[in-house]
Design a protein. Structure first.
Ligand code: ADP
Ligand code: ZN
Ligand code: ZN
Length: 745
């Protein structure tokens, strides 16, 4: 047996493991992650290293290979844990050990520290209030926003002010000149927020909330930490439960990891945690540089912080003794990594929790089928929070049948009901949101005479028509001028179908010339901060209507929105993915939840060609349980996750022929695992191989086949065998594994 060993666990050194012989005496005890002593260099100086992989494959001349000297006794440090976690990820999701290690270990500082700018209040409260009044009289909205924030907080990150708050550098300078604030630049890491009162008021938990906390803690204290799912609508008090759990764990000398989707990592949420935990909490997000992330990890290791909040990757914070891991909005797709290793944070968190003896708490308003299924199976404990604590009633939902609209002569993309309610809101000065599931979906150009669809020559996806008339590919950016005749049959009737977000905006302006309209989609959010700017403009009442893709349905609260229109609920129903129903239900529920957050009740219009589809019906009723019952039946019948498991084997190739051949070869090996005599319910099935749904991107051909099987372990075994075969394969193809994939490829 051979062991790959690294002598320095830092990102940069990972690519150069050294191979050593495992002496027979150590074979039974040696494990991945262990710290060992090895003879190193010319003088055979004894140094310490970590075993990252044990293998039967010899990479050098075995006669020249040195032997491991001994195992270092106390090798149960944080590093060993991270290596074991990487080994688990590699095994369960498929990747090289190096890729897995790079996923769990932070990159060391290589870049110069970025400078942080912070805006600090220097004037006293009275002066500030006076200035606020003046800004109000002069209608300086940006100034008002900043001053309001400064009343509550002594320090605010500069980027947040220019981004989310939408305050220009000039306005900030104005306040600096008036002696109200100063801009402080420091390079050392500091908490980005300092609150006036360090400890925020603690809410008296409701009986339901307290019950959850008690159950989780009593299991934990009884040394039986479990996994819990809190099914609770937005505003039902989940975050308050999380914070109490975190506090209790910290009191027990343990640390906490709180995962939140990046998009929901809002200043408001963070502020709540800061107010409660002060300097002991830290944030990990994508705006941090590699160096800053490394610093955070060092602080965690040294015990300088107890709580980390962040997206998926915050799961790998090297805490010595984790007590609880919380995953908020656990149904979010962003918890699944899109690059190899394609791990899922939920499952990986379960392994981290197991290693530390920690509790795992999941929360969502629309739980993933996976989580709810496990809860129904008794694997997770389920808690339900049904009431909104912030008040506000659930919105009234109208479902409109678009086929009927057409029959009755309405050819507009707005149904009569939606038009009626839009006019009403404009008159009353209330805000509306219009939601289109997917940008560009309907922007494709096709021939009404022969059916020819204009596609990207490199990517095999339909091109979308832009306002300037060009046809553009959303994958590779290829663009070509508009065509006036069909390249296939010559007909003049080649044109776009229905609407994208841009057309909705145009039509809206025709119908309501007086309305102030904002649009948020991938086109209008290309530049840094544009996303935050649009949201803050809308929340400041600078527009009457916000049009957007799924970006607008998440996270943000707009109390003045009393109407939400879903232009075509069907678009996400026809994406050719077994999760389409679940996606649609989630999107519709979230979108509907945007209406009526404030004092006035909201209304929702769902326009659809399939009003009878169960995802539409149950979303309209905000009825998760009924949706789940129908959806799980469908998954059971067709053997889809979570009832069964699915492994996608993806082949990327520069040549079509060799790619397809490799796919066929691998699929044949996999089919060797099909056993006779198993019950039909858990029979293994292989779908494909076939060119992926988008067959080619940037001239790389993509093939995929799927293996469906009830037992995850067996799929892992098959993956191991395929990896083994691939290690001997000479071709240039790249193969990736994706367990229970989130998207059809
Ligand atoms: P969720 O995370 O489910 O969206 P939150 O925890 O954010 O819910 O709670 C929603 C609102 O209700 C917040 O403003 C919060 O401060 C308040 N809240 C939560 N729990 C309580 C409680 N027990 N008593 C009073 N207010 C509460
Ligand atoms: Zn044609
Ligand atoms: Zn393309």
């Amino acid at each position: 047996m051979y062991a790959d060993i690294i002598v320095d666990i830092s990102h940069e050194k990972l690519d150069r493991p050294f191979q050593y012989l495992v002496p027979a005496g150590l074979e039974p005890v040696l494990e991945e992650g262990m710290c060992v002593k090895i003879p190193f260099g010319k003088g055979n100086r004894l140094i310490q290293g970590y075993v990252i992989e044990l293998t039967m494959q010899c990479k050098f001349d075995p006669l020249k290979m040195k032997e491991i000297h001994s195992v270092v006794k106390s090798s149960a440090g944080v590093e060993a844990g991270m290596i074991r976690l990487a080994a688990w990820i590699r095994k369960n999701y498929g990747s090289t050990m190096i890729q897995a290690l790079k996923t769990v270990l932070p990159a060391k500082k290589t870049v110069k520290q970025l400078e942080h700018r912070t805006i600090e209040r220097i004037a006293d409260r009275e002066t500030l209030i006076a200035a606020l009044g003046e800004a109000g009289r002069k209608k300086q909205a940006a100034r008002e926003r900043l001053l309001t924030q400064l009343l509550e907080n002594e320090r605010i990150p500069y980027e947040w002010v220019t981004g989310k708050l939408g305050v220009s550098g000039a306005s900030i300078n104005g306040l600096v000149q008036n002696g109200l604030i100063r801009v402080v630049t420091d390079s050392a890491y500091r908490n980005p927020v300092r609150c006036r009162e360090q400890s925020g008021e603690k809410k008296q938990l409701s009986d339901k909330q307290q019950h959850i906390v008690d159950e989780v803690l009593s299991d934990f204290d009884g040394e039986k930490p479990g996994t819990y799912l809190i099914h609770g609508i937005t505003g039902s008090g989940k975050t308050e439960v999380y914070m109490e759990l975190v506090e209790q764990m910290v009191a027990r000398g343990r640390q906490a990891i709180v995962l939140i989707p990046e998009i929901a990592l809002t200043y408001q949420t963070l502020l709540r945690f800061y107010k409660r935990f002060g300097d002991r909490v830290s944030v990990m997000n994508s705006t941090l540089s590699a160096g800053e992330k490394y610093d955070q990890c060092e602080r965690a290791k040294k015990g300088e912080i107890d709580v980390i909040i962040g997206p998926r990757s915050a799961l790998f914070t090297p805490f010595p003794n984790i007590g609880v891991i919380i995953i908020d909005e656990e149904h979010e797709n962003s918890y699944k990594s899109e690059s190899t290793p394609k791990y899922h944070a939920r499952e990986t968190a379960k392994e981290v929790a197991r290693m530390h003896g920690a509790s795992l708490v999941l929360g969502s308003a629309t739980p993933s089928l996976e989580a709810y299924y496990r809860a129904c199976e008794g694997e997770y404990k389920l808690f339900t929070l049904k009431e909104r604590l912030t008040g506000g009633t659930l919105p009234k939902v109208h479902t409109v049948d678009l086929r009927e609209e057409l029959r009755e002569g309405n050819r507009s993309i707005f149904s009569r009901k939606l038009q009626e309610l839009l006019s009403d809101r404009l008159q009353r000065g209330e805000q509306s949101m219009l939601f289109l599931n997917r940008r560009g979906y309907a922007g494709f150009i096709s021939c009404r005479a022969c059916g020819h669809v204009m596609k990207c020559p490199h990517c095999d996806v339909s091109l979308s028509e832009h306002r300037d008339g060009r046809l553009v590919c959303h994958y590779c950016g290829y663009a070509q001028p508009k065509v006036s005749n069909c390249p296939s049959c010559g007909s003049r009737y080649i044109m776009g179908f229905k609407a994208g977000t841009q057309q909705i905006e145009d039509k809206l302006k025709e119908l309501y010339p007086q309305a102030r309209v904002l649009r948020m989609d991938a086109d209008t959010t290309k530049t840094k901060d544009s996303y935050e700017k649009i949201l803050s403009a809308f929340s400041n009442g600078e527009a009457d209507i916000l049009i957007g893709t799924q970006m607008i349905v998440k996270g943000h609260d707009f109390p003045n929105v009393t109407l939400v229109g879903i232009i075509a609920a069907d678009l996400s129903l026809s994406i050719g993915d077994y999760r389409a129903g679940e996606r649609t239900f989630q999107l519709l529920t979230q979108a509907a939840g945007r209406a009526g957050r404030g004092a006035r009740a909201g209304e929702v219009v769902i326009q659809t060609y399939q009003p009878e589809h169960y995802a539409v019906v149950h979303a309209a009723n905000q009825d998760y349980e009924s949706f789940y019952q129908e959806e799980i039946l469908y998954r059971e019948m067709l053997g889809y996750p979570p009832v069964s498991h699915m492994l996608a084997v993806q082949i990327f190739s520069q040549e079509e022929k060799s790619g397809m051949e490799l796919a066929g070869y691998l699929a044949r090996i996999a089919s060797g695992f099909i056993e006779n005599g198993e019950s039909p319910a858990c029979r293994m099935m292989i779908l494909g191989p076939a060119p992926a749904s988008i067959g080619r991107i940037n001239d790389i051909f993509r093939f995929v086949f799927y293996i469906k099987y009830g037992k995850y372990d067996k799929l892992v075994q098959i993956k191991d065998v395929l990896e083994e075969k691939l290690s001997q394969y000479q071709g240039k193809e790249n193969v990736q594994f994706d367990f229970d994939p989130m998207n059809v490829m």
